[in-house]
Structure formats: C-alpha cells, structure tokens
Design a protein. Structure first.
Length: 259
C-alpha cells in the first residue's frame, strides 16, 4: 500500500467514464455504484481526473471498513464452461474443467473479476488461433498475456503505462517481455489483445496496428456500447466475433491465416 485507504464519491455525466479511467490508472480497493453516485475506495491519493462533467467529494472511511481485507468473498470465476480464473488463495472448484488461470488479485487492473476483462477473455478464448507471438496492450495484472502463455504461445510481449501493473505482470509471467509505456514499446507480433477504455483504444490504435502483423487474431475490449462502432472502424477489417459482459463489449478480428 502507498497510503491510507480513502473514499471518494463521483457524480455527474462523466462519473461512469471516470470510473472506467480509474480502473486502469488507480489502485482501486472497492467500488459501489448507485443510481446517481459512484463511491470508490483507493490506496492513497486520488489521481487528477481528466473529465469536465464530474463532481468529486472525499468522504470519511469508517473504522470498521479497515477490518475488511477484500479477500473474504473471493471465489473462482467461470468465464466460460472450459475457462476459469481464480486467485491462488481460492481452491480449484470441482466443476472447473479446461483452462485455469491463477492470478493474484491486487491493485493491478485485470484479475478476472472486472466485466471488461471477462469479455476480453471470452472473445480471446472463442477465436484463439495459436499465434507464434502475442502482445497484450494495457496488460494490467497480465491475465490476458497469461492466457496466451497457458495456450502455448512462445513469445509474449506486454505493456502498461502504470509501473505497478508492469511489476505485477512481470511477476506473473517472468518469461514475457513486459514494457513500461504504450504500444510503441512493443516488438511486432502476430496476435494482439487490448483491454482499455474506448478513448484509449482510439488513441493507441495507430501504434497497435503498426505492431500487429495481421497474421493472427486481434481482440479489443473495454468499450461501452456507444464506443464500439467508432473503434471497430479503425481496424479496417470485419468483426468476426463479439462478446458483451454487462456494459462492456469485446470484438475480434480474424488474422490473414483464418480469412
């Protein structure tokens, strides 16, 4: 932890977008979404939020909240019938069949419980085409790169602009090349995934496409419904698969070898 846990309320037209941004850029310890307010708990200082239509207020953290570890109700997550995610302190369920991803849940975004991560995993799982090289842009905890590793991919690249995420991904996947920075830090790869907000996908797309060979599948996740068409149009290929989990959509493009 970098500081005491603090709580903040988010209100206004940009509150949902601010929450998406915080999932990527902050060490969120908890989230409570209400009809007109979102409450977030985080480790240390709230980053400056780049949203105009947003009202932020700090609220007191109750003494009893400090006794909650966040681990009490952790369970294995069934992403698909043959794909499960769990933290190492949760036992493998008897119903678990197929692929199992064991990922410590911490400050680094993307340990399996967030809807955009599940959408990305479902999409990647549905269209997996065994790339020889693979990149995970905005890797967070490294869970999507871990999927490629478990499926036997020999060369894995990953990147994130958050140092804590880079450290978490390096610990999870010691054999991967995990870079601090954006897609420009990556070497060229055949397969690629990115789980980020719609605006971040749009900004990163030129660098991502420059490093994706197009030979194997590309998966994009983290978009809300109103962002999908604009992001999808940037790739210039037909969408071959789509997964929707809660408010988030993931889309996939086939590589040249599957077209």
């Amino acid at each position: 932890m970098t500081g005491p846990v603090r709580a903040f309320t988010l209100r206004g037209a940009d509150a949902v977008a601010a929450l998406d941004w915080l999932h990527v850029h902050a060490d969120l310890q908890g989230v409570l979404e209400g009809d007109d307010v979102i409450t977030v708990w985080l480790d240390g200082v709230l980053p400056a939020l780049p949203f105009a239509a947003l009202r932020v207020a700090e609220i007191a953290v109750r003494a009893e909240d400090a006794l909650i570890t966040g681990l009490e109700h952790d369970v294995a997550i069934e992403v698909a019938a043959d794909l499960w995610v769990r933290p190492p302190w949760v036992e493998r369920p008897a119903a678990c069949r197929g692929i199992e991803l064991v990922v410590p849940r911490g400050g680094a975004f993307g340990s399996g419980e967030h809807a955009s991560t599940r959408a990305a995993l479902r999409c990647l799982h549905a269209i997996w085409d065994a790339p020889a090289s693979f990149a995970d842009v905005g890797t967070g905890s490294g869970i999507l790169a871990l999927y490629a590793h478990v499926r036997g991919c020999g060369r894995i690249e990953a990147c994130d602009i958050d140092p804590a995420s880079v450290q978490a991904a390096r610990e999870l996947l010691p054999t991967a090349r995990v870079h601090l920075g954006g897609a420009a830090t990556l070497a060229g790869v055949d397969g690629m995934v990115a789980n980020m907000t719609g605006s971040e996908l749009t900004a990163a797309m030129p660098e991502m496409l420059a490093r994706w060979s197009g030979r194997r599948a590309l998966v994009l996740s983290g978009m809300r419904a109103g962002e999908v068409d604009a992001v999808a149009a940037l790739v210039g290929r037909p969408v071959v698969h789509r997964e929707v989990v809660e408010p988030f959509t993931a889309i996939a493009y086939a590589g040249d070898g599957a077209r």
